[in-house]
Ligand binder design. Sequence first.
Ligand SMILES: *[C@@H]1O[C@H](CO)[C@@H](O)[C@H](O)[C@H]1NC(C)=O
Ligand SMILES: *[C@@H]1O[C@H](CO)[C@@H](O)[C@H](O)[C@H]1NC(C)=O
Length: 342
Amino acid sequence: MDKLSESHHRRDGSFRLFFGGLSMFCLGMIYLSCPTMDFTSLAELSVHKYPSSPLGALMHELPILQQPPAHKSADGILDITLRAQVARFTQGPVAFNTRTYNGMFPGPTLCVKPGDTLKITLVNDLLPDLPSEHLSMNTMRDPNTTNLHVHGMHVSPMGISDNVLRTVKSGESMVLTIKIPETHQLGAFHYHPHHHGSTFLQMGGGMVGIISVQDNIDQVDSLLVLQSFTFSGPMLGNHINASTLARSTLPLDLKLTHRNHKRMAELYPEYQPQFDATADNHPPFFIINGQYQPRIQLRNGERKLFQLINAGPTQMLELFIPGCTFEVLAKDAFPPSITTQE
Ligand SMILES: *[C@@H]1O[C@H](CO)[C@@H](O)[C@H](O)[C@H]1NC(C)=O
Ligand SMILES: *[C@@H]1O[C@H](CO)[C@@H](O)[C@H](O)[C@H]1NC(C)=O
C-alpha cells in the first residue's frame, strides 16, 4: 500500500467510498438527492441506454458537481472568519430564507494538517433575539444566538477552543483557537452551531461546513456534503415548527420552484412527484455541496474516491448507486467491518 491509502486505512475519520463506474453516468446522486421523487416508473430504463433516452437528456441538464470553496492552512495556521448571515436558498424545489455561514450552502471547507492551529473568528450578523422568556437550555429558543462546534474532532473543549458553552449574540464576535494534535486522525469532519436551543434550527437550516484533515493539504478528496431540508412532518425534522417554537421572526418565505419536477413530467408524462404542488405542501429535499441533483461523470471503468458527510440534522441515509459499485474504505476513523457492494 502506498502511504496515502495506508493512512486512509489506518486513521481516516470519515466515510469514504470508491465508485467503480460501469456506466457512463452515476445515477446514484439522483436517488440519493431526492427521496420525494418516484423513480420506480423509471426502473426499466437502464443508464446504459444513455444518451438516447429521455433520462440521458435530463441528466445532461443537471449541473456538474462542484466542490465547496476551500481554505488551506499555511505555516501551521488557518485563520478564517465565519459570519452567521441570512441568505435565501433558491436552487432546490423549495426556495426559502435561512441562516448560513458567509451566505453559503455549505460554509467554506477548512483544510488543515495534524499539528496545525485553526483560528476561527465567528461573527454574528443576525439581528437580536426577542427578549428572553428564561426558557430552559434544551427548549427551542434564541434563534439568533450562535456558537461553533468542530464535530468529531479530538481537540480540547476548554477555554477558547471547541467550547460549546460560549455564545455569540447578535452583533458580537468571538475567536476560537483550536490546536489540532499531531496524532489527529485524517478525514473529513464538520463544524456547526451548538448553542442549546437553536442548534437544530441553525444547522438544520444549512449552517454547516467541512474541516478536512490531511497529511498533504493539497490532497483533498472529492467531498460529498449532504444537507437535507424538511418543512413539514415530525417536529425534529421540520423547519417551520422549529422556527415557530424558537420564536424566530425571520420570514422563511417558502416558495415552490418545481425545479426539475416540471422537466421530469415533460419527459415522463406518467411521472408523479410524491407531493401535491400546493403552496403549503413543501417537499423535503437534499442538496449535495449546495447543489440540487448534481451529476458526477465517470468514464467506463473509472474509480473515484469520495468523502461523504451526512450533515443534515436528523436524516439517516441509504445509498444506492445504480450502474456503479462502491466500496467503503473507512467509516468514522476506522476501516469498516463490512464492505458493502452496490
Ligand atoms: C408542527 O408540530 C405539530 C405538533 O407536533 C404538528 O401537529 C404540526 O403539523 C406541525 N406543523 C408542520 C408544519 O409540520
Ligand atoms: C434574527 O435575524 C433575522 C435576520 O437578521 C431577522 O429577520 C429576525 O427578525 C431576527 N430575530 C429573530 C427573533 O429571529
